[in-house]
Design a protein around this ligand. Structure first.
Ligand SMILES: Nc1ncnc2c1ncn2[C@@H]1O[C@H](COP(=O)(O)OP(=O)(O)OP(=O)(O)O)[C@@H](O)[C@H]1O
Length: 298
């Protein structure tokens, strides 16, 4: 396999009328690792992926594969395999579905049986898709993305609906794709779902980036901290600055690098700021994630 291709999102903004779905989003997804693209429902994940795949025009900013926009790729199917809202004709067999997609994409038909084998669906090749379980559909969607043997995989919620055995299988499979030097981006609204499958995470909330780094860096961030919120966040920020406290702004308030809520509450009191919530942030990956993306902090 030749050199990997990063996914590059730069200053990406997408508005639908007054809805700000994605706001000045910048991140890079590296080849050779599995990256989780995380955020609660409505955070803007699908919109970002749709812009990346040329299905929506951005309001501003760019989304590219190593500097080349999807629509400018010479043969997109050879570069990018994507599963967004995979739709199957229920009357078609798995093999026929893949043949139709292969023909449309100018991909040689011998790939069909190869990818069925890869996703463990060879024995179901002649079965109609209409009778497939959600897990089998997920595997078939994955097989579809692999048809062009692409160097980049963009998968929207591929783990959703899988049983424990399927989850275990897909974890190993995604890792093996990354080890081959591919760029693998996997979206999910649940950290727990992808936690054991991903090396890096990009977390967004309300269309904005809130964390980008290794899973370990998210964990290290979870040393004891305090979360505080106010109806007047500007004044609260000023009070925290005045007290010399370090903080980041999450959806549920300011996450302050101070384990004692009393110290943080005192800073707000001195600044004359009304406090709407104040508590210690529990440590742990999931807690860090929730503090970054949830309304109310916990
Ligand atoms: N075509 C559209 N027209 C208007 N608003 C839209 C459109 N597509 C998305 N939105 C809005 O943009 C925001 C982001 O939606 P998006 O589907 O990208 O989020 P998401 O993170 O993928 O969530 P989910 O996990 O629920 O799919 C939401 O408020 C959504 O209602």
């Amino acid at each position: 396999m030749s050199d990997g291709i990063p996914i590059e999102i730069t200053g990406l903004t997408k508005h639908f009328g007054s809805v700000k779905a994605v706001e000045d989003l910048t991140f890079t997804v590296r080849p050779g690792v599995v990256t989780g693209f995380l955020g609660p429902n409505g955070a803007g994940k699908t919109t970002t992926l749709r812009v990346l795949l040329g299905l929506e025009h951005p309001t501003s900013g760019t989304a590219s594969f190593g500097g080349t926009a999807y629509r400018d790729l010479p043969r997109p199917v050879d570069t990018v395999g994507a599963a967004l809202d995979a739709a199957f004709h229920p009357g078609r067999t798995a093999r026929n579905h893949l043949r139709v997609v292969a023909t449309a994409g100018g991909i040689r038909s011998s790939r069909v049986d190869t990818v069925l084998e890869q996703v463990g669906m060879a024995e179901f090749a002649s079965r109609r898709v209409g009778g497939f379980s959600l897990g089998m559909r997920q595997r078939l969607a994955l097989a579809t993305t692999l048809l062009g043997d692409p160097r980049v995989l963009v998968l929207d919620e591929p783990i959703n609906g899988l049983d424990p055995e399927g989850i275990k299988w897909i974890r190993g499979f995604l890792q093996s794709l990354a080890q081959e030097g591919r760029t693998v981006l996997v979206s999910s609204h649940l950290l727990s779902e992808v936690q054991q499958s991903v090396d890096e995470v990009v977390i967004i909330s309300r269309g904005r980036l809130v964390h980008n780094g290794t899973l370990t860096s998210l964990e290290l961030d979870s040393s004891p901290r305090t979360i505080i919120d106010s109806p007047d966040r500007d004044r609260l920020a000023a009070a925290l600055d005045q007290a010399g406290l370090e903080y980041t702004e999450g959806r549920g308030g300011f996450i302050v690098s101070e384990p004692d809520p009393g110290v943080v509450g005192h800073a707000a009191f001195i600044g004359g700021v009304e406090v709407s919530s104040l508590h210690r942030l529990k440590s742990g990956l999931e807690e860090s994630f929730l503090a970054l993306v949830s309304e109310g902090g916990e």
